[in-house]
Design a binder for this molecule. Structure first.
Ligand SMILES: *Cc1c(COP(=O)(O)O)cnc(C)c1O
Length: 486
């Protein structure tokens, strides 16, 4: 039986709203502008307009765009405007989705169903992605029963090794993809080479511009050196572009765009063999809000090319402040050469543990994101700099410099817990993993009253020593527990 009871007596609107606000008080204080991940935010006027536009569509249902025709119109116009930025033409089509993950899952479904229709010899479909590609491709493969082959990237530029992608092609391959740019390093793959490889092998070529699609076109207009990555490149068959990132649209808004309808037809799902209404869904969701699309449409018009260019210019200045300041911190190395205001850096000093640095920065009021070590790079710190972060970049880099100096001079003994939790001990624990293992780990580490661990320094260090498959096992068990028992 649940320990929480469904509310018996109605409460006043004010009481409920107050309780809701109270609930929010421990959330990451992104409004400070000192949070360099998760949140993409621009000028307050744009935020207010997005809120109004979203509210106007709280109740309408995109399930049937023949009945809510304004939703059809909004979606077509939003896609049309994005396609214009991405050098589409009158053939270009697309849909709004709930996020980048949905966009990429739809691309993989389209490729799979197109292969089923056109290439019956393909019985075990495969896609090829560089190892820097976002995990949403893995998620798509996992959900859709499509094999995902990861190929290496160059370990100094972090760009896809296109020869390795070519070597991975088999008669079961249906799609290859590159990122514009990758999330972790902010680096654009050589899309022209990837698309040429796809065309030469009669394969679909997807460009994951989830984070870059609403940034790179404006950076190009500002004369930053942006390599071709969009529909101007022959061979590119589809692009995913999130609007809830550098489009500054409230969460729940991405776009999936195809060179033509011929390709997109495999994305749709229809079912009329039941007693209810006929289902014909272009995307994953069936009943669907129009809020995010209305907000996107409004923001595009309100900010226009000028507004987005201004935001992009500011972000690029923010990026350059970080790159310059890193040159003065010899213990930290920028990884690769970021094409947009997403970047990461690692430590080359044994005295500066990046996870400790993240915690030290948190004490100084900054939220920066830890990235675990992988086959691609060592453990690092990621920054996603968006418009409203920019004024804070110079002070942040001052604090970063101080934090590094503090860690170096303190030369503390390693945390006693870390000395105890040796990789061997952890391997042993995980080899016979049961719910009790998780309980004892949690007891060791300590959690707050919501079951959320409060010592990310230890947790990140532990995860960093584990193999990815073990990390995933631990994370699944942990989150499965975290979302239980209110
Ligand atoms: C954010 C991101 C995604 C996934 O987007 P969600 O909206 O979080 O589902 C995919 N690819 C890249 C490159 C991204 O940055």
């Amino acid at each position: 039986m649940s320990s929480l009871k469904f509310p018996a007596k109605p409460e006043s609107k004010e009481t409920v709203y107050k309780a809701l606000k109270e609930l929010k008080k421990d959330d990451l204080p992104w409004q400070s502008g000192k949070v360099m991940a998760y949140v993409y935010h621009t000028i307050p006027e744009a935020h207010e307009l997005a809120e109004e536009a979203y509210k106007l569509y709280l109740t309408e249902n995109g399930l049937d765009p023949t009945q809510f025709q304004s939703l059809l119109q909004l979606e077509k116009e939003v896609i049309g405007m994005v396609a214009d930025l991405l050098n589409g033409d009158s053939e270009t089509v697309g849909n709004c989705t709930s996020g980048g993950t949905e966009s990429v899952m739809l691309i993989v479904k389209t490729a799979r169903d197109r292969a089923r229709h056109l290439f019956p010899h393909i019985t075990e479909p495969e896609i090829i992605i560089p190892e820097t590609a976002h995990p949403c491709f893995q998620k798509a493969g996992h959900y859709l029963n499509v094999k995902v082959k990861m190929t290496p990237v160059d370990k100094s530029t972090f760009k896809a090794d296109v020869d390795a992608m070519e070597a991975a092609i088999t008669d079961q391959t249906i799609l290859i993809a590159g990122s514009a740019p990758s999330y972790a390093h902010g680096v654009i793959d050589d899309i022209e080479a990837i698309a040429a490889l796809a065309a030469a092998n009669n394969l679909l070529c997807h460009v994951d511009a989830c984070v870059g699609g609403m940034f790179l076109p404006f950076a190009k207009m500002l004369d930053y050196p942006i390599p071709a990555f969009d529909f101007s490149v022959p061979g590119v068959t589809s692009i995913s572009c999130d609007l809830h990132k550098f489009g500054y649209v409230p969460k729940g808004c991405s776009s999936v765009i195809y060179r033509n309808k011929e390709l997109r037809q495999y994305q749709l799902f229809s079912w009329s063999d039941w007693p209810g209404y006929s289902i014909i869904n272009p995307t994953v969701l069936s009943s669907k809000t129009g809020g995010p699309m209305a907000a996107a449409w409004s923001l595009f018009k309100f900010l226009g090319i000028e507004g987005y260019k201004e935001a992009v210019k500011a972000c690029m200045d923010g990026r350059d402040i970080v790159i310059e300041a890193l040159k003065d911190i010899p213990e930290l190395d920028l990884l690769g050469s970021p094409d947009i205001s997403l970047l990461c850096f690692a430590s080359n000093s044994a005295a500066v543990n990046v996870f400790e640095l993240v915690e030290r920065m948190k004490e100084k009021g900054w939220f920066i994101q830890a990235q675990l070590k992988s086959a691609v790079s060592e453990a690092s710190i990621h920054l996603s700099i968006t418009h409203f972060n920019v004024p804070h970049m110079a002070p942040m880099m001052e604090d970063l410099k101080t934090a590094v100096a503090e860690l170096k001079t303190e030369a503390k003994a390693p945390h006693p817990m870390l000395a105890m939790l040796t990789p061997e001990m952890l391997q042993g624990l995980l080899a016979n993993f049961t719910p009790a293992t998780l309980d004892s780990l949690e007891q060791l580490l300590g959690t707050d009253d919501k079951g959320i661990p409060d010592n990310f320094l230890i947790i990140n260090n532990i995860l960093n020593t584990l193999e990815p498959a073990q990390r995933d096992k631990l994370l699944v068990a942990f989150v499965n527990k975290m979302f239980s028992g209110a």
